[in-house]
Design a protein around this ligand. Structure first.
Ligand code: UT7
Length: 330
């Protein structure tokens, strides 16, 4: 594939103030701080408070990204929100964000690809820059996972957190400058029901029964998801680097989706990467689905782990299954 000359001109993130610690979970379900740390790496997660939702968090992250890019909301040409916890069935979360930040009547829509959603959205947005249709697109990953988490299910509730990350992606004409060097997107739907929310959609509309049976919450076959996640993460990283002709040593940092610290560590060990080259924030944020890589990119830029010319690899695996990677020169 050809590299796409596009530039990350601004990033931002938002995390709600409220925090749920592992100790809080000890009071909710039969679990321990030690089990959660050892099996997931998580110690706490941010949880949306009253009045906070996927659109409000997305708008906050977007304001930060716009300020970072030095752009006005009216200079944005398109808004894409990656989420599996939208503001409502319709209209799109992106429409709420557009109104909230004061953008023009630009195309605004959501995409749903679970934990891979942010990379899908980024690559989609990049196409509109590459064909010179737009100059700046706003791409957001925002999730209020706490609103679809079953706090009676100890095997899944300890994982998830809320938050949002945003990036302003801008057109660039410099073929030797910032660009998407290589990218991959995949989906395989045969195992869609291994990680899903069964009720509330057209297949099984909300009813007294679905609420009673708690079918409007995440259902996950954790151990199975874990096995596939480890395999696919390593596979997509190795293929991306091989096809791009980039060695692990050339990477400034890898920003993986934050699903489980053990999944991230196994990929790091397979690649032979030192710990400081593998970004993690799962310890403090939990699994924030489409928001995790977006927030990670902002943190890496703002803390100086990523500067101009650096090569970053973003990689995700999640429900669907979906998986994706984006190798970017900053
Ligand atoms: O975002 C992308 C998709 N999501 C993921 O990638 C998540 C992938 N899965 C995972 O991260 C892990 O499978 C979990 C963290 C969900 C579970 O860890 P595990 O090491 O796979 O545990 P397990 O499901 O194999 O369960 C081991 C034991 C079981 O007890 P028995 O049957 O051995 O007696 C569970 O009942 O741990 C028990 N268990 C717990 N114990 C204490 C499950 N959840 C808990 C808990 N506290 N919270």
């Amino acid at each position: 594939m050809h590299s796409m000359p596009v530039k990350i001109s601004g990033t931002g993130r938002f995390l709600p103030e409220k925090i749920l610690t592992n100790q809080d979970f000890e009071a909710l379900v039969s679990t321990t701080d030690q089990w959660i740390r050892e099996r997931t790496g998580i110690t706490q997660r941010h949880i949306a408070g009253e009045g906070e939702s996927t659109a409000t968090m997305a708008a906050e992250a977007s304001r930060n990204a716009l300020a970072d890019a030095g752009l006005k909301p009216t200079e944005i040409d398109m808004i894409i929100v990656a989420t599996i916890t939208p503001e409502c069935f319709f209209p799109s979360t992106a429409c709420f964000v557009q109104d909230s930040i004061g953008a023009n009547s630009v195309p605004s829509f959501d995409i749903s690809a679970a934990c891979s959603g942010y990379i899908y959205a980024l690559l989609l947005g990049a196409q509109f820059l590459q064909n010179e249709q737009y100059r700046h697109v706003l791409i957001i990953g925002s999730e209020t996972m706490s609103r679809i988490t079953d706090y009676q299910d100890r095997s899944s509730c300890i994982l998830f957190g809320d938050g949002a990350g945003a990036v302003v992606l801008s057109a660039s004409k410099d073929p030797t400058g910032p660009c998407i060097i290589h990218s991959k997107m995949h989906a395989s739907g045969a195992n869609s029901t291994m990680l899903w929310v069964p009720a509330g959609g057209s297949r099984l509309p909300t009813s007294e029964m679905t609420v009673r049976e708690r079918l409007h919450y995440i259902k996950m076959q954790g151990r199975e998801v874990y096995k596939v996640a480890v395999k696919k993460n390593i596979e997509v990283i190795e293929r991306t680097l091989a096809e791009a002709g980039v060695s692990p040593e050339e990477l400034a940092v890898v920003i993986p989706h934050q699903s489980n610290l053990r999944i991230i560590d196994s990929a790091r060990e397979k690649l032979g990467l030192p710990k400081e080259k593998m970004f993690t924030n799962i310890q403090n944020c939990g699994n924030t689905s489409a928001a995790s890589i977006a927030m990670g990119l902002d943190e890496c830029r703002k803390t100086g782990r990523l500067t101009a010319g650096d090569i970053v690899l973003m990689v995700a695996f999640g429900a669907g299954w979906t998986w994706a990677s984006a190798l970017i020169r900053m």
